[in-house]
Design a protein around this ligand. Sequence first.
Ligand SMILES: [Zn+2]
Length: 169
Amino acid sequence: MSLITCKECGKEYSSSAKACPHCGKRRTTGFTKFVGGFFALLILFGIWSSFRGQETRDHAAQIEATRRASLTSDQRAKEDATRERDKRLSAARGACLMYLKTVLHDLDSAKLDSSYNWYVEERKNGTILVRPTGRAKNAFGAYIKGTWNCVTKQQGNDIAVVSMNQIRP
Ligand SMILES: [Zn+2]
């Protein structure tokens, strides 16, 4: 045990005390400093990586803008159309997945194939046919393979399921 001098009031007290008994000033130990320094570094690192992330995103956006600018207006229109189509198809898949989950006997145990692998087809009448596949538990608890025909239609901003039929076991 040794005596240390309080940084606040200048009086001496035992080094085993956590705070100065005269003025109550808490002692900063090496460990406290270490922890404080560690968190300061952590915060600095967080700020630095968020700057870096923004830089990377800006750079990617710049490259994309340059690429788009180099396209002809026809190419741009075609690209936009493909993007729109992908959006419609993925919305249709999503709607069918949601609907299927409500009609399956035991949705937690259903093992549907990834919806990105489901067959999809845009039809002339404006509907989209989605063909979900996967395995689901039947009423007897057995897994059976299933293929469904799910027809969706755009209704305002929403996509609605018009019909859902199991076409193959
Ligand atoms: Zn003191």
